[in-house]
Design a protein around this ligand. Structure first.
Ligand SMILES: Cc1cc2nc3c(=O)[nH]c(=O)nc-3n(C[C@H](O)[C@H](O)[C@H](O)COP(=O)(O)O)c2cc1C
Length: 369
């Protein structure tokens, strides 16, 4: 049904306009009490076996919405209504900014992929903090806050921009993510080098502790799939050294070669980050590598090309405690999270593992990695 709708309506629209339209519908549905209860009962049924505890937080399940869909925290309840067990808002930058000129979002339909060069279009940390402060939660869901650098702030002053966002947003964050991996802010990914990352993460940790004194806000870093394997290891070691809580793997890729892309060459060569199905293999590989390095000392969040329950299950077996999706939501529609939950519950029941927690990393451990 959604597929037909996608091909008849959304596919003919500009992708960013389609996003805004869908976003408005989600917000509208979530604002009508009877409707949202009805939708949530259908799309977000709870599976006891999937209950997850991670980062000191309790969740209905392991599957959440990846950053970038709800940049300004305007539809947290709407996304929870659609069955996402956590919602990562952002990326939010210190100051408001418009992002890159349009057109900046492209659908690669034959590849079930997207290319985006949005460039962190968002209302800025002050406005987003005010929205989160005013939020009266309808659905209990975990809210992650993903922060990044304002474009006009020079790379050398990046830490102060992340600190500003931290001071404003940490009070409303169930967990905080330092995003140093989006390809659309010049120089941002250089911050993944440990010499830059160490002082940045230290400054954000200190700012979070200074700002929120009645609990410890979990802190994670989100990395790119384009890092060399040794750099993935270096980030993992640094995360352990600094006492971070987790790593999100991965953001979008700037790679195009070797991914078997079938879309028109003029689309494939659009500048920006590629997400969706073609990212699956590399994201899984990075996740496995991380788990082999850190085991259960960090919470790993697997994201990149998760289209269905089998993909989600493979990430859990590889080492992810939590998983996220974005691009496949565009292609699969409102039943995306529901299908993942149902399939995960079936797979867990048919597996030798009594709980999801037991399954986390089982394949990577078995392989002796
Ligand atoms: C249009 C779009 C915008 C995105 N914006 C952000 C962002 O602001 N911050 C971020 O950390 N990741 C962002 N991402 C990356 C996603 O969070 C995710 O890491 C990536 O798309 C891989 O997952 P997927 O294959 O399920 O889409 C964005 C992705 C897309 C498609």
């Amino acid at each position: 049904m959604y597929r037909l709708f996608f091909h008849l309506i959304f596919k003919r629209m500009d992708p960013e306009q389609a996003h805004h339209l869908a976003f408005r519908w989600i917000r509208l549905a979530a604002s009508v009490p009877v409707l949202r209860t009805f939708v949530a009962a259908f799309l977000a049924p709870r599976h006891k076996a999937l209950r997850t505890e991670a980062l000191g937080l309790r969740m209905h399940g392991p599957f959440g919405l990846a950053a970038g869909f709800d940049k300004n925290a305007a539809a947290v309840d709407g996304m929870a209504m659609l069955g996402f067990d956590h919602v990562e808002i952002g990326t939010v930058t210190g100051r408001a900014q418009p992002g890159n000129p349009k057109k900046r979002l492209f659908r690669l339909v034959p590849d079930r992929a997207l290319i985006n060069r949005m460039g962190f279009n968002n209302e800025g940390s002050e406005a987003v903090a005010a929205r989160l402060a005013a939020r009266r939660a309808v659905f209990r869901t975990v809210v992650g806050v993903n922060i990044g650098k304002t474009k006009v702030v020079p790379e050398a002053e990046a830490a102060s921009d992340y600190v500003l966002s931290t001071e404003r947003l940490a009070p409303y964050a169930d967990y905080l993510v330092v995003n140093v991996s989006s390809p659309n802010t010049p120089g941002l990914r250089n911050l993944q080098a440990t010499e830059s990352l160490r002082p940045l993460l230290t400054a954000v940790r200190e700012a979070a502790d200074r700002t929120v004194t009645d609990r410890r806000v979990p802190l994670l870093v989100k990395i790119a799939p384009d890092l060399a394997d040794e750099d993935v290891d270096a980030v993992a070691d640094l995360a352990l050294e600094l006492g971070l809580d987790g790593i999100i793997a991965t953001n979008t890729t700037v790679a195009r070669e070797g991914l078997g892309l079938r879309s028109a060459p003029e689309l494939v060569k659009e500048t920006g980050g590629l997400s969706g199905a073609p990212l699956k293999a590399r994201s899984l590989e990075v996740l496995r590598r991380l788990y082999a390095r850190v085991g259960d000392r960090l919470v790993l969040i697997g994201v990149g090309g998760i289209e269905n329950a089998e993909d989600a299950w493979q990430r859990i077996l590889a080492g992810a405690t939590l998983i996220q999706g974005y691009s496949a939501f565009i292609y699969e529609g409102p039943c995306y999270a529901r299908a993942i939950h149902r399939g995960l519950a079936e797979r867990l029941a048919a597996s030798p593992y009594a709980t999801l927690a037991e399954a986390v990393g089982a394949d990577t451990r078995k392989a002796g990695l």
